[in-house]
Write a protein that binds this ligand. Structure first.
Ligand code: GLA
Length: 383
């Protein structure tokens, strides 16, 4: 196992390998001045797209100031939750298109790269999908039909308008091969072929992605590489790999991330950094990932920065973001897009995961949507 373990409550957040940045010099940098007038998407226009995830609440409110910020800073958008099965199709025959339709209209109005998230996943799927009225698993034939119908409804509705689909999310269980999800248990590994083939049939021009967390893990990386080779051998369409990018200040290493970017690119895949955020809080677990069913009990020790982020941690965060973007720039030819999982710290899922009710600072904008020093560090890389 390679660095999948973290020490519980390390106290300080070690900045392993992170050159410490002088924030004052970044602020005075010419790029900072430019970035106050333009957005990150403009600074990185020649490198890759810069994206964000939009929550249902923000999309519903559509506050002009917020939407203006999104339009200025980003050229790619993902729906955080409202295209997921449990939100979109909570009961058989009941579909809620209001927010996704709004999101699509906004993306089209700004000519954005629109991500569809997500067609097939084991989480945030209502029970009725996998079970009959008696609570027993339905059979493979029925489940395949449900998958196909779901893809037809969702990808079909937005055919020609979605730039890329996260076709399949999190089908690999770290070093244990296929995740034993209901999809896998009921249909077997060929559910993967069915998902990609169906998505391609419904929307032949959409770019199709496999998306997962902890993609730096060598076991997972190898398994995904093999999966891609097998899919290609069988003629199953797949063009991209999504590395979610839920990282921490000192974990994983840049080298581990780099090895995975290289490995996926070597298979002819476009690489997408799909859900970037940097957790600055003490680690609450040994095993890090984004399996969203995991939760830990709250304690004040695990929530040390309720009154603001100490300057030392703020600098480490800027330094970490700088190192990450240096890596992404090095592979700008292979990377299609870097998407943050949210815009302002207030809205981040990291305030409630893996411990509920904490104050986290994982994104480039603060709780009032002001640019943070880590924003300036990312901007400063593009003179
Ligand atoms: C996973 C999913 C996302 C989101 C994040 C946490 O990474 O792909 O849709 O649920 O977890 O918010």
């Amino acid at each position: 196992m390679v660095s999948t373990r973290r020490q519980f409550l390390k106290g300080t957040v070690a900045g392993s390998g992170l050159a410490s940045l002088n924030l004052a010099s970044i602020k005075s940098h010419a790029a900072f001045t430019a970035a106050t007038e333009t957005g990150l998407k403009d600074l990185y226009a020649k490198d890759f797209k810069i994206g964000t995830a939009i929550s249902g609440a923000n999309m519903r409110a559509a506050d002009p100031k917020f939407m203006g910020l999104i339009a200025k800073e980003f050229n790619a958008i993902t729906m955080e939750n409202n295209m997921k099965w449990e939100r979109l199709n909570p009961e058989q025959g009941k579909w809620d298109w209001e927010i996704p339709d709004k999101f699509m209209a906004f993306g089209a109005s700004q000519n954005m790269y629109i991500l569809g998230h997500v067609l097939v996943w084991h989480s945030q799927v209502p029970d009725w999908v996998f079970k009959n009225a008696k609570g027993k698993d339905i059979n493979a034939r029925k489940l395949k039909a449900r998958m196909v119908d779901h893809i037809e409804q969702l990808a079909g509705r937005y055919k020609g308008k979605i730039s890329a689909w996260d076709v399949l999310n999190e089908a690999v269980d770290e070093g244990n091969g296929w995740r034993k999800s209901p999809w896998f248990n009921i249909i077997g590994p060929k559910f993967v072929d069915l998902a990609f083939n169906t998505a391609h049939e419904i929307d032949p021009n959409a770019h199709l992605i496999y998306n997962d967390y902890n993609m730096h893990n060598p076991d997972k990386r190898d398994f995904v590489v093999k999966m891609v080779r097998d899919l290609k051998k069988r003629g199953v369409p797949i063009q991209g790999i999504g590395m979610q990018g839920h990282v921490a200040l000192d974990y994983p290493s840049i080298k581990e991330l780099e090895d995975s970017i290289k490995a996926f690119a070597a298979e002819g895949m476009r690489v997408h950094i799909t859900e970037l955020d940097v957790d600055v809080l003490p680690a609450a677990w040994d095993h890090i990932g984004a399996e969203i069913s995991t939760n830990f009990e709250y304690s004040d020790q695990l929530n040390p920065y309720t009154k603001g982020l100490p300057a030392e941690i703020e600098a480490k965060l800027a330094s970490r973001y700088s190192d990450l973007f240096k890596l992404f720039l090095k592979y700008r030819d292979d990377i299609e897009r870097v998407t943050f999982w949210g815009t302002g710290d207030k809205e981040s899922w990291k305030n409630d995961f893996p411990v509920r009710g904490r104050t986290n600072y994982p994104l480039l904008f603060d709780r009032e949507y002001k640019r943070k020093p880590c924003y300036d560090a990312v901007a400063a890389l593009k003179k």
